[in-house]
Write a protein that binds this ligand. Structure first.
Ligand SMILES: Cc1ncc(COP(=O)(O)O)c(C=O)c1O
Length: 395
């Protein structure tokens, strides 16, 4: 089938929830993908920070094939060997205590919100059910997570929204202090805001949040769905800051493209859940966790992390060297970078695509760069060259 044939059928049968680009991607290898008409693209969005080992990684393919031959799915009513193994890895890397598995970022955050409420309920402090979240954040599309998301455009038309969320300004500790009450249960945020425009938190801000949580006896939740799994140059973004959470959520990169999410919590916070309190049929199933095991092993290797850091610095330097008076700022951590412009970048995204470079915005004026973490310098040079050419055409 050609691009056109796939698109025509899609328009007829697939629900209209995405503003899609007019191509259908049918094959990928490493940092490259091909559309149904055979055109090649350098993929600098990687399924939006998902394909951390690029496309069709040999190691991930092998483990998926092996696991598929042994066992695809069993209920969580039984112990699942690869789930137990990846839980051990994540717990050891994170310094937290227990892992819960699900299928997506929204589901991981939903679990974090439920765990927070149940934790205080079990402590006979059910009044503590309010979570401080942040403007311009993004936490998912379920009713609770879209409410936690501090962007009205995602909430419009879905009222009534669940109660229990209040919104502070990111990197503004005073705005957080003002919202603390006897009902506050947790503070939830991304260490680097992704969808909101690639905004890294200030270290002092995160340190202060930790101090407030300790002082108030409330939980600090990091949503690492986008900025976790090595993206910022450390396995968890909070490790770049030296600030430890009580709960952390993961998805996107955890399966390198295989759908899986997770929530990790300290042993203390994890006491909030008892058997029957929360569940997910597919969560942590053998296929997903077999893949996640290899992925976590690969990405957590200190040499791999070091390389990501270096590549991130190299990409940031290369972007910083671009001379264009429409660029306001290049910012980010590791291989989670954003270039902010003084204009809407919609058309620039299209020009890049036509020239064979896939990129996506983070908000209307920020171009986001979240390529595979095993990208190389040559591919970075190629992407930057195409980006520069596109800038010249962009009026
Ligand atoms: C920080 C963050 N949290 C949660 C989500 C939601 O993840 P999912 O789309 O897997 O539900 C996203 C998705 O972009 C995200 O960036």
């Amino acid at each position: 089938m050609t691009n056109k044939e796939i698109i025509n059928k899609g328009q007829e049968y697939v629900m209209n929830t995405y503003g899609r680009f007019p191509i259908a991607l049918v094959k990928g290898k490493g940092s490259y993908v091909w559309d149904a008409d055979g055109k090649e693209y350098l993929d600098f969005l990687g399924g939006i920070a998902v394909c951390v080992l690029g496309h069709s990684d040999e190691g991930l393919q092998a483990v998926l094939r092996e696991q598929a031959a042994d066992l695809w799915h069993v209920s969580n009513l039984y112990w699942i060997k690869p789930q137990v193994e990846v839980a051990e890895k994540l717990v050891k890397i994170s310094g937290l205590g227990k892992a819960f598995f699900c299928n997506s970022g929204a589901e991981a955050n939903e679990a974090a919100i439920k765990l927070t409420r149940k934790y205080f309920y079990r402590k006979h402090e059910a009044n503590k059910n309010e979570i401080i979240v942040f403007k311009e954040s993004f936490h998912g599309r379920t009713l609770a997570t879209v409410t936690a998301t501090g962007q009205r455009k995602y909430q419009e038309g879905f009222a009534p929204l669940p109660e229990g969320f209040v919104y502070a300004d990111y990197n503004d500790i005073g705005s957080v202090e003002k919202l603390i009450t006897e009902n506050t249960a947790a503070i939830m945020l991304e260490a680097v805001q992704g969808e909101g425009g690639v905004h890294p938190a200030h270290r002092d801000f995160l340190l202060e949040l930790r101090r407030i949580c300790n002082r108030e006896g409330i939980l600090l939740i990091f949503d690492e769905v986008q900025c976790g799994i090595g993206r910022t140059g450390t396995f968890f973004a909070y490790q770049s800051y030296g600030v430890n959470p009580d709960i952390v959520t993961l998805a996107k990169g955890l399966g390198g493209g295989f759908p899986i999410g997770a929530m990790l919590a300290t042993d203390e916070a994890a006491t909030g859940f008892a058997p029957g309190d929360h569940a997910s049929t597919f969560g942590g199933n053998p296929l997903g966790t077999a893949v996640a095991n290899i992925l976590v092993e690969t990405v957590s290797d200190p040499q791999f992390m070091e390389n990501t850091k270096k590549l991130g610095e190299y990409l940031q330097e290369s972007l910083n060297k671009i001379v264009d008076n429409r660029i306001i700022e290049v910012r980010g951590l590791g291989l989670m970078l954003g270039v902010e412009f003084n204009a809407d970048i919609k058309e620039l995204v299209q020009i890049c695509m036509q020239k064979g470079l896939l990129l996506i915005g983070a908000g209307p004026r920020v171009m986001r760069f979240v390529p595979p973490l095993n990208i190389n310098q040559k591919e970075i040079n190629q992407a930057v060259a195409i980006f520069k050419e596109a800038l010249q055409e962009w009026e």
